[in-house]
Structures are given as C-alpha cells and as structure tokens.
Design a protein around this ligand. Structure first.
Ligand SMILES: Cc1ncc(COP(=O)(O)O)c(C=O)c1O
Length: 443
C-alpha cells in the first residue's frame, strides 16, 4: 500500500493536489510551479515520469551526503523498530551518543548540545540561551543573512524575508556586512570591524547579549568573509562580553570543506547552531552547541526551553549514521578536492561569459552573480527582484535537468558532497550553455 501511494499518482496529479491543499513557502500560491519528485539517489532525483535532475543545490543545501544512502536508511529503520520516540525528560542511547560525537567534531570546547527540529528553532534557542547567560537583552545580526522563519529567527534575518514579520521581537539590531552587493563590492576587514565596533559603542556593549552571524553567508550570496574579519569579530565579542554565535545551519557539515566553516579560521565561537547537514535532511534535526563554561551556567540556573521532539531518538540515530557516512566516505576531504575542481570550472565560466560578474566558492558552496555590464556591474536582476533573463535561465536549467536555486541575480552551485568530477563537469556543461541566455543581455 505504501508503495502504491508513492507510485500511483502522476506528476501532474501530485502538483495539482499539493497546490490545492498545501501552502508553498515564500510565494504567492498561483505563481508556484513545483517539480514533482518521486525518488532520489546520489546526486540525482527523478519525477514520477522518470525525468532525471542533477540536484545541484542538495535540495535546500542540506542533503550533503547525497540521496538514498543505505546506511542512513538502515539506521533509521533499526531505530524506529526499537524505539521511535521517548520524551525529552528521558535519556536514550542515540541522544547520549550524538551529544558525545558532536562534542568531538565541534570546534574547541563546544561540547554541550540542545537538540531542536531544525535551524530556526536552533537559533531561537540560541537567542534565549545568550540572554539567560549574559543577562543582557539586545542581539546583533547582519543584514545580508537568513536565520530562519520563526518569531525570533526571522527578526535575526536581515534579508527581505524579514519585512512581512515586522515589528517582531524587540532588541534585534542589524549591522552592515563586509559585502555591499555586486555594484559596490567588499569592505576590508578593518573597515567592516570599525563599523561593527561603532554600532556596539552606540548601542551600549553592556546591553548586547550576542552577535549572530552565518560564518559563510548562504542564500544571501555565499559570502566568504575577508581575511581578518572573523578574528576581529572574535576579539570584539570577547572584549565587550558579547557572545559570538555562529549560525552554521547551511555552512556546517562539510559544505565548505571543513566540518564547520569556522574551522577555516581556527576560531571557537561561544555558541554554534546547526541543522541541515547534521542528518543530511533524512529526518529533521537541529542543534545548539555551547562552550563548556556557558553550559556550566545551567548547572544551577534553569534552562527555560523545551520541545516535544527535543533529542528525538529517530533523528539522533539518523544524525549518528550520517556523521559516520561523512567519516567513512571521507566526504569532507572530497568537498575540498571537488571544491577545487568546481572553483576552476567556475573561473573558466567567468572568463568566457561576459554576464558572469562574480564567481565565489569555498568547498562545494558556490554562487555565480550575473551582471548586465561588467564595468557598471549592474546586476542581471535587481535587489529582491527578478528579470526576464534570470527567469529564462531558471527555465533552461529545469528543461535541461539541472536543479538549482536561482535567486535575484544569482544562482547556486551546491551539489551533494559525494559528487564526482564527471558529475561536476556534466552540470557545468549545462550551466555553460545556459549562460548564453544571460550573455545576450550584456551591454
Ligand atoms: C543559515 C541558516 N540558518 C537558519 C536556517 C533555518 O533553518 P530551518 O529552515 O531548518 O528552520 C537556514 C535555512 O535555510 C539557514 O540557511
């Protein structure tokens, strides 16, 4: 019966019924045109009719180990057969083992974890933890960021997805990023840090509990911080008693070629949030990691937080199996090696296609920014908007079996970390042809 329900509907029927009875995110419902998905394996997924797509965005930058890994499937099946659920006041073996495993791979002395259902809830609880530990109220975050869609996380979010939720929770102050968009480019670390310190001074350091930042910014453009920035943020936070809170929901678990992106800078934040790659999305799970001295605060003080599905045994078992896959298949090393190949392929496109204004990547986390004019650097679509050419590029990718995120004037190159060189070349072959569309718009 289960197989029948999975296989009996056509793609068209699935889309029609989904549109009739379910809401799609971030969209006016009449505009959505979802791809019906029936099955997936490795870096590919298929529609019910058998059309194959290269998953060049790991779905939502989350299926890091690739689709359909038998080892994770088995671990989930074994766990569900023994103990699908125990309430969060209980202690289970998957919970115990996952806490201990994360303590091994998280940076420095981050070795205590609170488990959530996903990334937004991880950030939500990080806000709460930072306020409880410091006794301060304000939170700093950056404009070019996404931290989730729940009440607190959407206020941390700096990009336009925040606007409809305003006014939200009080006390969140946004600061500018080192990057100012394709036309204005980058500040140096010194300039950006000076601006940050000025905001801290003006807001009153003693009122600020924490500074949230995506270590490498994700949907707002794979922004790798300039040299010295992360070190400077760490110093400023320490100097002013502000907790440095790295959101690695997207950049964690090998995406950048390290377990966590912050490992590139050998820095230990005070709080680290994660989700997505933690289970590679086989089962929902997020976590907040705390440095040992912060966790000590809750030895005698109550942690006022809770979730029915905190430390869900099925999710913890899936995470343990997923982490084993990263280790057994050396996926973090592969992200580094294939990241170098991808970087070269992207630079090659940048040289040959006049519409490519910037190509950025770190590991297998990449983005290309398209422009109408290489001198003025006018983006191919405006901030928070689209254009005929970007829409046509998206359609081209879809028609040619390449799935990726096309957003504003950018598109992403974020394959699962198990990708091979041949698979990368296949995907970049499609991208190469697609860019002829945007090249025609270049002045
Ligand atoms: C950096 C970052 N933080 C938080 C979130 C929110 O995670 P979730 O959608 O699991 O709530 C996302 C989701 O894309 C993200 O990219």
């Amino acid at each position: 019966m289960a197989t029948e329900t999975l296989t009996k509907m056509t793609g068209e029927e699935i889309v029609a019924l989904s549109k009739k009875h379910t809401l799609f995110e971030w969209s006016a419902q009449s505009k959505v045109d979802p791809i019906p998905v029936a099955r997936a394996k490795g870096i590919y997924f298929w529609t019910p009719e058998g059309k194959r797509f290269i998953d060049f965005n790991s779905q939502l930058m989350c299926v890091n180990i690739g689709h359909g890994d038998e080892r994770v499937i088995r671990a989930i099946q074994e766990q569900v057969a023994v103990l699908a659920y125990a309430n969060p006041f209980m202690a289970t073996e998957p919970r115990a083992r996952l806490g201990a495993k994360l303590a091994q791979i998280a940076p420095g002395d981050i070795d205590v974890f609170f488990f959530t259902n996903g990334g937004a809830e991880a950030n939500e609880n990080a806000i709460k933890l930072a306020r409880l530990v410091t006794g301060r109220h304000k939170i700093l975050a950056r404009y070019r960021s996404y931290h989730g869609a729940t009440a607190g996380s959407i206020m941390l979010t700096g990009d336009p997805r925040r606007w409809a939720s305003e006014p939200g929770i009080p006390g969140v102050v946004h600061v500018l990023d080192p990057y100012h968009g394709i036309e204005r480019g980058w500040d140096t670390a010194e300039q950006s840090l000076a601006m940050l310190e000025e905001v801290i001074q003006l807001e009153g350091a003693h009122t600020i509990a924490g500074f949230f930042l995506e270590t490498v910014t994700g949907t707002n453009g794979v922004l790798v911080p300039p040299d010295g920035y992360m070190e400077g943020v760490r110093e400023l936070c320490t100097k002013h008693g502000i907790l440095m809170i790295c959101d690695e929901v997207m950049s964690g678990f090998g995406r950048t070629g390290e377990w966590f992106a912050i490992d590139h800078w050998h820095i230990v934040p005070d709080i680290l949030t994660m989700a997505k790659g933690l289970t590679s999305a086989y089962v929902p799970l997020g976590a907040v990691g705390l440095r040992r001295p912060l966790a000590e605060h809750f030895k005698t003080n109550v942690f006022y937080g809770g979730l029915t599905y905190n430390s869900h045994p099925l999710a913890c078992a899936a995470a343990l199996a997923t982490i084993r896959v990263y280790e057994e298949d050396k996926l973090i090393e592969n992200a580094r090696r294939m990241g170098a190949v991808m970087c070269a392929l992207m630079s090659d496109l940048e040289k040959r296609h006049p519409s490519v204004g910037a190509a950025r990547s770190i590991g297998l986390f990449g983005v290309m920014e398209l422009v109408r004019n290489r001198e003025t650097r006018q983006p191919m679509a405006p901030f928070n908007g689209t254009s005929e050419e970007m829409a046509a590029l998206g359609r081209f990718f879809r028609d040619h079996g390449l799935y990726t995120f096309v957003r504003w004037n950018t598109f992403f190159t974020n394959p699962p970390l198990c990708v091979t060189e041949n698979e990368l070349r296949e995907a970049f072959g499609i991208i190469d042809k697609g860019l002829e569309i945007t090249d025609r718009a270049v002045a």
